[in-house]
Design a protein around this ligand. Structure first.
Ligand SMILES: Nc1ncnc2c1ncn2[C@@H]1O[C@H](COP(=O)(O)OP(=O)(O)OP(=O)(O)O)[C@@H](O)[C@H]1O
Ligand SMILES: [Mg+2]
Length: 500
């Protein structure tokens, strides 16, 4: 059943395969709770990894972690293999890297505020248009004044600074009201309470670390702990979107490769689109469309295909549809929508079968020769080879300690950035004012003393009004600006691209 250029998915009236060369044509795994979506995701992840394709997946319930542990021919896995005539089934284990935005169940994942950009940050903070406008101005000002925005305290300091210069900045960039700044500060506080404080900063995640293969040429499966993250769905969704846009920005164009460079699974994909403004949906649609030619396959996993906007849905070529219920009118509509996306099979009614599928059974349609969708097949999905279900915390610890990125991200770096620069500027300004006052006092005394002598014009003070430290700081700011100048390119979702 196993083959080199395709992933074995299961058996209908014939074996069903996903061709690796169409792996970047994206996919969709849907079905009601408990119908077998996560197991199917594991089958796909194992298949890509075995073919040397690195995988990134969020683990919502912790049940994907088993992919990093040797399977033990559990009852139902062996049974299913037998049922479908899968003779070359064997236990296996796959290379895994665990990641965690909160740094607890995996290596910390970080991004900088600049990289995130105003559009995604606004979405993360749930800002209205006016507040988003102010955030845009903040980013613009930071660019213009060479202030690095790395972490949340940088952004906070910048907002305070903007408030102090509100009049001048409003005249130059557009209105910044105290109310809007206050609202953004409050939203930042909420984000911090959700634990995002550690997420923003350095060392920022390098895409290359998601694209590793092990010594045997297997693709690493990067698993993002997302159980806690689910309590901050906005953070979850925007983070994944950011990551996707990073992949798009960083990876070179490859056309149509033999196999994908990376496969990205978006579990609970409805969270991405719930209440998302049209601009954002359009951007997602655009990124998903364009990232294909970078060799990245995006697979959405969600309960119901109607959770995904039509423009995005239209791009997901490889489909696994598990059972759907059809009790309510909304459910019936969803079944119809799901059924209509398949190329019909004269042997059965797609819509009828969707509601009758058993656990671990699905309608499968993939791209075949010339990129044409295959006729839908009622398929018994193959069992995964690794453990199904979570590993223990101790097993997780062991994998983290032995990981190829061990020690790379584990400690935060706090580089000189907006917060530090603005704090120094404020302190220097204070010092300068102090000195000015002292100078004035001295001059006053001298003047009283010299009153009898002919008046000379006062000696010119140092030509600029800057203190030496301030001058040095400003020149540092300029260097930063100049250095950034080369790289001041904003990506498709508005994030600042890294200089290369
Ligand atoms: N291919 C399969 N063969 C046999 N049994 C399966 C298969 N897929 C799933 N199952 C059984 O169904 C259970 C639930 O599967 P899974 O966790 O994948 O469902 P799910 O759709 O992800 O559910 P949820 O929406 O709750 O996350 C598995 O633990 C397993 O017992
Ligand atoms: Mg699941």
């Amino acid at each position: 059943m196993l083959a080199d250029d395709k992933i074995f998915l299961g058996t209908s009236t014939q074996p069903e395969y996903l061709a690796l060369k169409y792996g970047n044509r994206h996919g969709l795994v849907t079905g009601a709770t408990g119908t077998g979506k996560t197991v199917t995701l594991q089958v796909l992840a194992e298949g890509f990894s075995a073919a040397g394709v690195p995988v990134f997946a969020a683990d919502i319930k912790g049940d994907l972690s088993g992919v990093g542990k040797m399977g033990q021919a559990q009852g139902w896995q062996t049974q299913r293999a037998q049922d479908i005539g899968f003779d070359d089934f064997s236990d296996d284990v796959f290379p895994v890297i665990f990641w965690d935005l909160f740094g607890r169940q995996g290596h910390p994942v970080r991004a900088t505020i600049s990289e995130m950009g105003a559009l995604l940050l606004s979405r993360m903070l749930d800002l209205n248009d006016t507040q988003e406008g102010v955030l845009n101005i903040a980013f613009k000002l930071a660019d213009d004044e060479g202030l690095l925005l790395l972490d949340l305290k940088d952004l906070r300091a910048l907002l305070v600074h903007i408030q102090e210069r509100a009049k001048e900045i409003s005249a130059r960039y557009g209105n910044v009201s105290t109310a809007s700044i206050g609202a953004i500060q409050r939203a930042l506080l909420v984000l911090e309470q959700q634990g995002a404080e550690n997420f923003f900063g350095e060392r920022a995640l390098e895409i290359a670390d998601l694209m590793r293969t092990d010594r045997d040429g297997r693709g690493f499966i990067s698993i993002l702990a997302a159980d806690e993250l689910m309590r901050a769905p906005r953070l979850y969704a925007t983070f994944l979107l950011w990551l996707l846009s990073e992949l798009f920005e960083e990876l070179p164009e490859v056309g149509d490769p033999d196999k994908p460079k990376l496969v990205f699974f978006f579990d609970e994909a409805h969270l991405l689109f719930d209440g998302a403004p049209k601009v954002l949906i359009d951007k997602v649609e655009q990124v998903v469309r364009l990232v294909r030619s970078k060799g990245v396959g995006v697979y959405f996993v969600t309960q119901n295909p109607v959770d995904i906007p039509e423009t995005v849905l239209a791009q997901l070529s490889n489909r696994v549809q598990h059972a759907l219920r059809a009790y309510t009118p909304r459910e019936q509509k969803a079944v119809k929508v799901a059924a209509d996306t398949f190329r019909p099979n004269p042997a059965f009614s797609t819509a009828e079968v969707i509601t009758q599928l058993g656990i671990g059974e699905a309608l499968v349609s993939v791209l075949e020769a010339k990129g044409i969708p295959s006729m839908v097949g009622r398929t018994m999905i193959r069992p995964p080879s690794a453990q199904v279900g979570p590993i223990t915390p101790a097993e997780r610890e062991a994998i983290i300690a032995a990981s190829p990125v061990a020690g790379l991200y584990d400690n935060p770096i706090d580089r000189d950035s907006a917060f530090e620069v603005l704090t120094r500027r404020a302190r220097d300004k204070q010092l300068a004012e102090e000195r000015q006052r002292q100078d004035d006092d001295i001059r006053k005394t001298q003047r009283t003393y010299q009153d009898e002598r002919p008046r000379r014009s006062p000696a010119p003070r140092s030509s600029s009004r800057q203190t030496p430290t301030e001058a040095a700081m400003n020149s540092l700011a300029r260097t930063v600006a100049n250095r950034l100048g080369d790289a001041l390119v904003r990506g498709i979702l508005g994030g600042l691209k890294r200089g290369r």
